[in-house]
Design a protein around this ligand. Structure first.
Ligand code: ADP
Ligand code: MG
Length: 728
């Protein structure tokens, strides 16, 4: 992109290429070298301690004090060897980010010396001063503190000289204050429920892990331009900005060559990620200019969630070295594609069998269909619970806002599977169709091993089956994957439990196992038909059709969060032992508050920019026009003056109109904000922000963006889209 002009921020735009030296060896030489993984544990731990940790990881068994001391000692020895000086419990409070409090290993000794120390108690439990983390009223700030407790299923790692120990974060009274606690519970619930169902097919299955492979979309922007845009810096998105003459209309960025500067940055953070054992594999350009995606190989959901949190942190740090800024906001630029974080999800047995992968034998296919149909049924039972777990102020710009994906939760399974399910639904006499014999033989239609829709898939669906996994596409790019993973694994666990009860009920009545399964599946297919949609999810017709089917179309966060204290939701969470009513209420409260605060900040930034940056510049430019018109009257005769000054006079009037509109609307917005602030009920407050404050954003923006087109480019106080969207 050419330099259109010379602006203050141009000076600080970095033009220096930063090429990092990667080690000459293969990725596998340094992959995971900064993690205290199983291989390292085996090397550093006495064999008994090693056995116990593995047991703890695999079965959740408790670790005794003495063993914990041994683990802590080895962990410290390993970390110090790698140059670490500090340790921290690394956890995911409800603020959305990760939290750390670093302590040095150092312990003073007699005679002014010191030694490095780290005990089992310090590994297992910590009491961070956490009084200012949101708790939704659960933990009174004066009363008790939160505890962090080690999660041995996610390996400790060294980040920036600190040994980080992944932990959960709970209150003094045992209530969850983080995302990891309910996530681990949901994963445990789905494990047990899925194992029980697997036993219909294979008695030997012992464990089922939920797997997650996320695809992280993001934008990069030059750090100097970012700093020159207070809206980007304070809210993560541009509240103003006229579309660039060229952005994504030629689709020339998507899968194109990655710009050199972005590529240098990617190589750098991928190297850091690989050292931390994050299996990032794919990188490519996304649809919008300067938009990219990074995706790892899938892992156990808990680890994958941690890795996504970690990679967002890494990207941010590494970008700074390249004078870049990473934008994970769902919609940093208006009228340009937003960013999401597809959550690819499946279930895998301890034998490595993907339960959502069609098999070779009829038995494998029967098992596949059972898990497929139960997933569809689970989403059908609780679409609004899923929706609530991806709601955020940022994601409101995507879901239901003329942008992919839609706010209506539906499931896409592809034409072949649709046909299969239709055929199963039509079987009327199950008993007549199953064959007797030693083999498990459901009379299910044949399923091809490779599903056509795997390649030719529907990109408009928020929850799509993609051959051997489901892809939850409605997740926001900045969100913690734990949220959708809690919801999805919980509803799946709940559904699989019901399935088991239903099937066992029929078996008790004297049905054969195969018949019982087929009968229940058949019923589920009919019952969950409304959630299946194969067409264009963005279309008007779907909105109407979905409404007829009784599916909700929730376009705002405050609306989406309402379901969290619905008795049906509370029951779902309580029966499955994931969160209590109180914990759910607390979470709802925190999310609503966070929403209101974010809108409040955006409103302030918008008002400030419009009033203190845009209007003064518009007036300055208008003054030059006024001077010009006055000058014209001196140099032109009156006939020509009347004819020729018209255009300038019109511009002068237009500028005044826009200024007036901006001023009036900013004042009105401030009034509404004040009213919203005075509301005590958090739900009502969030709704007031959404319904009475947010609508002003677009109105004000319209006038500011018009001014951007009129005012002398040299005077305009903010970097424009054409600069932000193309790194130089
Ligand atoms: P896309 O075309 O959407 O980019 P890919 O086939 O490249 O899809 O896969 C996207 C993601 O899906 C990757 O992160 C990959 O690891 C993940 N994935 C593949 N199989 C599974 C699975 N069984 N469970 C969870 N995630 C999976
Ligand atoms: Mg995808």
């Amino acid at each position: 992109m050419e330099n259109f002009r010379f602006k203050a921020w141009e000076i600080s735009i970095s033009r220096e290429r930063k090429v990092i030296e990667l080690p000459s060896g293969k990725i596998s030489d340094y992959f995971g070298e900064l993690t205290f993984n199983k291989r390292v544990m085996k090397e550093y731990l006495p064999s008994d301690a090693y056995k116990r940790v593995i047991e703890a990881i695999e079965t959740g068994a408790k670790i005794e004090r003495t063993i914990a001391d041994q683990i802590a000692a080895s962990m410290k020895a390993w970390a110090v060897n790698k140059g670490a000086t500090h340790y921290t419990h690394w956890f995911q409070p409800l603020t959305g980010a990760t939290a750390e409090k670093h302590d040095a290993f150092i312990n003073p000794e007699e005679g002014g010396k010191a030694i490095e120390n780290f005990h089992g108690t310090e590994l297992i439990q910590q009491e961070p001063d956490a009084s200012s983390f949101p708790s939704g009223g659960i933990r009174n700030t004066f009363e008790a503190r939160g505890y962090t407790a080690w999660d041995p299923t996610s390996p400790a790692f060294i980040l920036e000289g600190t040994l980080c120990i992944p932990t959960i974060f709970v209150s003094y009274t045992g209530e969850a204050l983080d995302y990891k606690t309910p996530l681990l519970k949901a994963l445990d619930a789905v494990d047990h429920a899925a194992v029980d169902v697997c036993k219909y097919f294979d008695e030997n299955i012992k464990k089922v892990n939920a797997t997650l492979g996320w695809e992280q979309e993001y934008f990069v922007v030059d750090a100097a331009l970012y700093k020159a845009r207070p809206d980007l810096a304070l809210t993560g998105r541009t509240v103003f900005g006229h579309a660039s003459a060229k952005d994504q209309q030629l689709s020339d960025h998507y899968f194109g060559t990655i710009p050199e500067r972005a590529a240098d940055f990617m190589r750098d953070f991928e190297y850091q990620a690989h050292r931390l054992g994050i299996p990032v594999k794919t990188r490519h350009n996304e649809v919008a200019p300067n938009q990219f995606e990074c995706a790892p190989v899938f892992e156990d959901a808990n680890l994958s969630v941690d890795h996504n949190q970690l990679i967002m942190h890494l990207m941010d740090r590494v970008a700074a070295h390249h004078h870049l800024k990473v934008l994970t906001h769902e919609k940093p630029y208006a009228k340009v594609n937003g960013s999401g974080k597809h959550n690819n999800w499946s279930l895998m047995t301890n034998d490595g069998v993907n339960l959502l992968s069609p098999g070779k034998t009829t038995e494998e296919n029967a098992r596949f269909l059972v898990f497929l149909v139960n997933t569809v049924k689970a989403v059908n039972n609780y679409p609004d619970v899923l929706r609530a777990h991806i709601a955020s102020a940022g994601n409101d710009h995507r879901l239901g806002a003329n942008e992919a994906p839609p706010a209506i939760i539906s499931v896409f399974i592809g034409s072949q599977l649709t046909q299969t399910l239709d055929e199963i639904e039509k079987i009327d006499k199950v008993e007549n169709l199953t064959t007797n014999g030693p083999d498990f033989n459901l009379s299910i239609p044949k399923i091809p091993e490779i599903l056509l829709d795997n390649t030719d898939r529907n990109r408009t669906s928020p929850f799509a089956f993609t051959g051997n996994k489901f892809e939850f596409r409605a997740v926001g790019s900045s969100d913690n994957c734990a949220k959708p993973m809690i919801a999805l694994n919980l509803i799946m666990a709940d559904q699989l439990r019901r399935f088991k009860t239903d099937v066992d009920g029929l078996i008790e009545k004297g049905n054969k196992k195969e018949d019982a399964i087929l009968n229940v599946i058949k019923r589920y297919i009919s019952e969950s038909k409304r959630i299946r949609f194969e067409g264009n999810s963005y279309s008007e017709e779907w909105m109407k059709e979905a409404e007829k089917r009784g599916l909700s179309n929730i376009t705002s966060t405050p609306e989406a969060l309402k379901v969290l204290n619905d008795p049906k939701t509370v029951e779902l969470f309580e029966i499955n032992n994931i969160l209590t009513k109180r914990e759910l209420e607390a979470r709802q409260e925190i999310k609503l508050e966070k929403y209101a605060k974010r809108i409040q900040i955006e409103a302030r930034v918008l008002g400030d920019l419009a009033t203190n940056h845009i209007i003064p510049i518009a007036i300055r430019y208008q003054n030059t026009l006024i001077e010009n018109v006055k000058g014209l009257s001196e140099v032109l005769d009156s006939k020509n003056y009347t004819r020729l000054s018209n255009i300038q006079l019109q511009s002068i009037r237009d500028i005044s109109e826009h200024i007036m509109e901006i001023k009036t609307n900013v004042s009105a917005m401030i009034e509404e904000r004040k009213k919203a602030n005075a509301i005590e009920n958090t739900t009502k407050q969030a709704i007031a922000y959404r319904e009475r404050v947010v609508p002003y954003f677009e109105i004000i923006r319209y006038h500011v963006d018009k001014l951007e087109l009129m005012v002398d480019d040299e005077l305009w106080p903010l970097p424009k889209y054409r600069e932000l969207l193309f790194i130089k």
